[in-house]
Unconditional design. Structure first.
Length: 324
């Protein structure tokens, strides 16, 4: 939505040091400050997706910082964005949200150096996150190459699980699985940026796997082939998807990519739901040459990303996706 709005307000002049702006629907803006350093800036905030305020703060902070890692950058510091329904929500609850965010920033090795708060009808929380990267190591989402392998760092299904949670039907173990994945920082992005064979990178979030993969295809002018049986799926999410759980955003995501994706005739309805399932704090989606794929997977595994795996490949052709 923001990209569509900004497209109607083009830049009035060129900014040669703006390495990444709005033109590619990328994860963050990147501005070169000298030959060795570029600033990476992003922001994200949303309404609670879980009832526990501390967990909500952790998820929102992890989600915001993820865009820094997706560009190959190292986080520097963050600013908090807070909306609080004054007089309706206990101050202690908001303090717990902030404490959750603080705990994630500490894990990332960065301070929350300030921020802004407003009175709002519903609680919102998120971060402005800033990072630093060498200009030559910026990983855009539109620089993939034909023959690249596609590697996904986290399992899918967070949106499906949150839909069950809203109905009070997510079991304790499934909730723990959801929190584990949504609070895992995408730290491999820093090390992946050092590999010349990694050509493009993004994180899978609100548009789902299909939406974010199509951004890579459209920007890189390539076709993607995905193996559905290779997709990593959170165990609880698979059962819930097969039982019909889905978010409204999944339908909207499908509408936006339907003209660009071909599914097998025998694919069950829950499979389509999974492909378009919005991921809060989802995994990195990496396009790398075949020779670099083992190293990429090793980096993920070494940093505790047990679901990381190859899910398909890119080739010359129209900017579409074929699922087999």
């Amino acid at each position: 939505m923001l990209g569509e709005l900004l497209s109607k307000i083009p830049l009035t002049r060129a900014y040669p040091d703006l390495l990444v702006g709005t033109e590619s629907s990328d994860d963050a803006a990147v501005y070169r400050i000298n030959a060795e350093q570029a600033i990476v800036a992003t922001t994200d905030f949303f309404l609670p997706i879980v009832d526990d305020p501390f967990d909500f703060g952790r998820i929102a902070a992890t989600n915001a910082i993820s865009d820094i890692y997706a560009m190959g950058a190292r986080p520097l510091f963050a600013l908090a964005l807070v909306g609080m329904p004054i007089g309706k929500l206990p101050v202690e609850a908001m303090q717990q949200i902030l404490a959750g965010g603080q705990s994630v920033c500490e894990a990332a090795g960065i301070p929350i150096a300030g921020g802004h708060s407003i009175d709002n009808p519903e609680p919102i929380y998120g971060l402005v996150a800033l990072g630093l990267v060498h200009p030559s190591r910026v990983k855009r989402n539109d620089q993939a190459q034909s023959g690249d392998v596609l590697i996904l760092g986290k399992a899918l299904g967070v949106g499906i699980m949150s839909a069950a949670l809203k109905k009070g039907e997510l079991r304790e173990k499934a909730y723990a699985q959801m929190i584990e994945t949504t609070t895992q920082l995408n730290t491999p992005g820093i090390e992946l940026a050092e590999l010349p064979g990694v050509h493009a990178m993004t994180d899978v979030t609100g548009f789902g796997l299909a939406g974010h993969l199509h951004e890579i295809c459209r920007g890189s002018k390539l076709h993607a082939d995905i193996r559905f049986d290779a997709l990593p799926i959170l165990s609880a999410a698979r059962h819930l998807a097969q039982s019909g759980y889905a978010t409204g955003a999944s339908d909207r995501n499908w509408t936006s990519v339907a003209a660009h994706i071909k599914l097998p005739q025998d694919m069950p309805g829950w499979g389509k739901t999974l492909l378009t399932d919005p991921q809060t704090s989802g995994g990195l989606l990496v396009a790398c040459d075949a020779a670099s794929a083992p190293r990429v997977l090793d980096i993920f595994k070494r940093q505790g990303f047990k679901y990381a795996c190859a899910i398909g490949s890119l080739s010359a052709g129209p900017a579409t996706i074929t699922v087999s």
